[in-house]
Design a protein around this ligand. Structure first.
Ligand code: ZN
Length: 199
């Protein structure tokens, strides 16, 4: 029914999460009506995000260049590392304005059923950062899900062995159990951060 180029755009847009076929059609017609300049800016932004965004060599957060903005920020406290599962989990923690330390992004959570084992996550890199010295606290901010809790426990056990002098903390309860950090509102997450407890 649609002209093939328009249909192609609908097909591509419908692959995005939360975008059904009807929404994809609406967006495709919007792109068709929009100015050449805006359409090109959208296409270029998609290309740029794939070409220019890399992972920070220290914390594995998203970066434009070898290091992310947080690792480059000298005002951020090096002695506290907040461990999260994915780069998008950094955003809700930052939004709380409760955390002035640095991050470590694991790249997922332990899940033997899905074939995610310790060596698939950036765990060795985390232990190396802690072993390098200067770290006094590691905040485990993995999601309050089964896999997130298992990951926190795994890291806590490993750090107790490798770095007994480092305090390992977990976000306080109060976060909706079974959901992801990114869906927590900043007040709840801020409270969970400031009320974190030693593991
Ligand atoms: Zn970084």
């Amino acid at each position: 029914m649609l002209a093939p180029p328009l249909q192609r755009l609908v097909t591509e847009l419908a692959k995005l999460p939360g975008i059904g076929n009807r929404t994809a059609q609406r967006l495709a017609f919007h792109v068709l009506r929009t100015s050449d300049l805006d359409a090109r800016a959208l296409a270029q932004a998609i290309i740029d995000v794939k070409e220019k965004i890399t992972f920070c060599e220290i914390c594995f957060n998203l970066a434009e260049g070898p290091r992310c903005a947080i690792c480059l920020d000298e005002r951020r406290d090096r002695s506290v590392i907040c461990v999260v599962e994915e780069p998008n989990d950094v955003i809700p923690v930052e939004r709380t304005h409760e955390f002035r330390g640095r991050y470590h992004v694991l790249g997922g959570a332990l899940s033997p059923i899905d074939g995610v084992d310790p060596e698939d996550l950036k765990l060795g890199e985390l232990y190396a950062r802690v072993a390098a010295g200067g770290v006094t606290e590691v905040v485990l901010a993995t999601n309050p899900t089964t896999t997130g809790e298992a990951t926190a426990l795994h890291i806590a056990t490993a750090l107790r062995e490798r770095a007994p002098g480092v305090t390992v903390t977990r976000l306080a309860s109060g976060l909706p159990i079974g959901s992801d950090l990114e869906y927590a509102d900043e007040v709840t997450l801020g409270r969970a951060l400031s009320g974190r407890r030693a593991l």
